[in-house]
Design a protein around this ligand. Structure first.
Ligand SMILES: CC(C)(COP(=O)(O)OP(=O)(O)OC[C@H]1O[C@@H](n2cnc3c(N)ncnc32)[C@H](O)[C@@H]1OP(=O)(O)O)[C@@H](O)C(=O)NCCC(=O)NCCS
Length: 457
């Protein structure tokens, strides 16, 4: 029986290898040589061209707009917003494969797109869903560890700790210890990345069930379901509409070019050849900050507080503005508004708004979020501090999750993290393909700056 099963597996592999539809890894193997050659040529022929400079203000100011990182997977225009490998969100929604009867893109499709730069076919995405299903499953000790975490431990801390525990299965670390060649680093990084992306939904679902429910995940990953639907079943949700929301949610949160905290941290830690589990954990610790991913939790807390303050009543824009001013005058930021790069409404906000207009136009919380959108940009503009008074991705996601009864806002950043894995790990694979070296920018002291400024007067 086992021999014939093995034969069948080999046959499947053979058919896949020689079929016209390459797997994700086979496609990468086809793409890599030309890209490596292109980058080699760029470095040799144009290595000394200046692409960015850094002023004293930028050095003190979080290096805003300093062009000093290379990230292949996506780019962010301040006015237009994100493009994933050149495609806008509406283009991704139109072009990426969908679930049967669905309208939103499957995250497996954006994983393929970010890795290869190409829109996959439906069968390639289906095959990738099956590959991820085959890689899913947690070691018993990781399950038990999560189940033992106290309910008071923040879900993001549980996520980081759980991924660190999974690191014991890193194929990259094993291969590195055996002494693989540098041009093969990407292969084990790819394997770890896909393993981790496959395992994250169960990790995240277990954290949810452990913190807020009965501590058990009863759904077993079904290879005929897509990655998001499997995740939803493990969380304990079984609704076609919520599946659609999660497909959209998990697609749009994947990547936001390379300089944001979670992407940059994953890249930085990965540059020390720390394996994908270690690198991603570091990124997640950054995502857990309130100015970054945790803002989606903060937005919900802020919006529900606001709703309470307004006694659940609809109020005029003037009254709403007054309440927003109160918070600002008390020195608090309006969560979900502003951005370090964007200068217009985030298209990730817009597509969630469109989803709400289609599926929950009369939901009271959505109506409040819409009114906040009408009021806050004007208030922030009048306050005159923020460079971007418009909403970002986090201003909308919570109200959608609330509508579908995923009410526990402390958990929201974990969903962001599950999605972000797709972007930052695709980037990490390319870091290894292109042999990016250990990152080590030069730092200077304030004394050095003072002396430099004095001398250059
Ligand atoms: C995202 C964010 C961290 C970007 O920071 P940044 O690049 O330094 O933003 P700016 O250059 O516009 O900041 C200039 C000033 O405006 C303030 N500001 C920015 N966004 C603000 C907001 N939403 N509410 C109130 N004040 C805000 C900043 O705190 C800063 O004040 P300071 O000079 O007193 O320190 C910032 O907009 C913010 O804190 N937003 C709320 C949190 C959030 O939504 N984060 C998720 C981002 S995807």
């Amino acid at each position: 029986m086992f021999t014939s099963l093995r034969r069948l597996n080999n046959l499947n592999q053979f058919v896949r290898y020689y079929s016209s539809e390459p797997t994700l890894k086979q496609r990468l193997i086809q793409i890599i040589p030309a890209k490596v050659e292109q980058v080699k040529q760029l470095k040799t022929e144009h290595g000394d061209k200046i692409i960015g400079t850094c002023t004293v203000a930028q050095a003190y100011g979080g290096m805003r707009s300093v062009k000093s990182l290379v990230t292949e997977t996506s780019s962010l225009d301040p006015e237009e917003g994100i493009r994933f490998r050149g495609f806008t969100i509406p283009e991704c929604q139109a072009k990426l494969p969908k679930a049967p009867g669905g309208e939103e893109p499957l995250p497996e499709g954006i994983l393929w797109l970010l890795m290869t730069g190409e829109i996959p076919s439906e069968s390639q995405v289906k095959q990738l869903s099956k590959d991820l299903a085959a890689r899913s499953g947690l070691p018993q000790f990781v399950t038990e560890m999560i189940q033992k975490f106290p309910k008071t431990m923040h879900p993001m801390s549980q996520l980081s700790a759980a991924v660190l525990a999974l690191q014991s299965g890193s194929k990259f670390t094993q291969a590195y210890q055996k002494g693989i060649k540098k041009d093969q680093y990407w292969d084990a990084t790819f394997e770890d990345s896909l393993d981790l992306i496959a395992k994250l939904p169960e990790v995240a679902a277990l954290i949810y069930r452990n913190t807020f429910k009965d501590g058990k995940v009863s759904h077993k990953v079904d290879e005929n379901l897509d990655w998001s639907a499997n995740f939803n079943r493990m969380l304990g949700f079984n609704s076609k509409e919520f599946d659609e929301l999660m497909r959209l949610y998990l697609t749009i949160h994947t990547d936001h070019e390379g300089g944001n905290v979670s992407a940059h941290t994953t890249h930085l830690v990965g540059s020390a050849l720390s394996d994908p589990y270690l690198s991603f954990t570091a990124g997640m610790c950054g995502l857990a900050g309130p100015l970054h991913g945790l803002a989606n939790q903060e937005v919900l807390t802020w919006t529900l507080d606001l709703q309470k303050k307004l006694n659940n009543q609809q109020v005029s824009n003037e009254k709403l503005a007054e309440v927003v001013w109160e918070g600002l005058n008390a020195g608090r930021v309006v969560p979900g508004f502003g951005h370090a790069v964007l200068r217009k409404t985030d298209p990730r906000y817009t597509c969630q708004r469109e989803f709400a207009l289609k599926h929950l136009p009369n939901d009271p919380l959505f109506k409040l979020v819409s009114q906040i959108y009408e009021v806050v940009p004007d208030v922030l503009t009048k306050q005159g501090k923020t460079k971007n008074p418009y909403p970002n991705v986090d201003a909308h996601s919570g109200c959608l999750l609330q509508y579908y009864q995923l009410k526990e806002h402390e958990y929201y950043t974990v969903l962001f993290g599950v999605s972000r894995a797709i972007g930052v790990l695709s980037s990490l694979v390319w870091d290894r393909i292109l042999s990016h070296p250990i990152e080590r920018p030069k730092s200077v002291t304030s004394e050095w700056i003072a002396k430099f400024c004095q001398e250059s007067k």
